[in-house]
Ligand binder design. Structure first.
Ligand code: SF4
Length: 205
């Protein structure tokens, strides 16, 4: 089997390929308020005991992998229906639901691993967002599966290349803990940033 990549790398790649390279190629980690809160939340979730409520058994920190896809990871929460034996992953996030697909892609990769491990089809999974204190239900449909497979392939290519891709300034940069190290405003020569500079100048004059 080819080498396996962590599911977290897919979330990082979908957020920003350069951020993924900082973490998974250069092994760099810069904390900011958001990442520190996120780590705290995951530590709390993983240290909780397994429990049963009604028909649902909740397991924490379950390891999953897909040999077929070459990905592996750890689930924040696995819910098992004790009646039917159906399983469902729940991912915990510090923030609130995002427009971008990065959290959904991470969850879908967990689903693909569980499907391979259990032989079950999983059409629904959930993300629990701390900031809004609610569970968002995610349909694991064909479109999401396709995007996830594309991100798995792209992430593998990036990690195999061993190179840091160029900075592309985007709205993601505001929440990125690598902002100072990356300095995307200085390095991005893409059309979008150049346009943004002119737009900012026009609107601030
Ligand atoms: S600052 Fe922006 S371009 Fe740089 S790694 Fe973070 S998200 Fe990517």
């Amino acid at each position: 089997m080819e080498h396996s990549i962590p599911i977290s790398a897919l979330q990082h790649y979908a957020f920003c390929p350069r951020q993924c390279a900082y973490i998974h190629i250069e092994r760099a980690w810069d904390d900011n308020y958001l990442t520190a809160k996120g780590s705290q939340l995951h530590e709390r979730v993983h240290s909780s005991e397994a429990e049963t409520r009604g028909n649902i058994r909740s397991e924490r920190g379950v390891q999953v992998c897909s040999e077929k896809l070459g990905v592996h990871g750890q689930l924040d929460l696995l819910e098992v229906d004790r009646g039917s034996g159906a399983v469902m992953p729940v991912e915990y996030k510090r923030g609130k639901p995002k427009v971008a697909d990065c959290d959904r892609i991470q969850l879908c990769a967990q689903v693909l691993c569980l499907e391979e491990m259990t032989g079950q089809r999983i059409d629904k999974a959930a993300i629990w967002y701390w900031q809004v204190r609610r569970r968002e239900w995610i349909n694991v449909d064909d479109a999401l599966r396709k995007s996830t497979l594309a991100v798995i392939n792209a992430t593998k290519k990036l990690l195999d290349s061993g190179r840091l891709p160029p900075a592309v300034y985007s709205t993601s940069c505001k929440a990125c803990s690598f902002f100072e190290r990356c300095a995307p405003r200085d390095k991005d020569h893409s059309g979008s940033y150049v346009k943004k500079i002119f737009f900012d100048e026009e609107t601030t004059q």
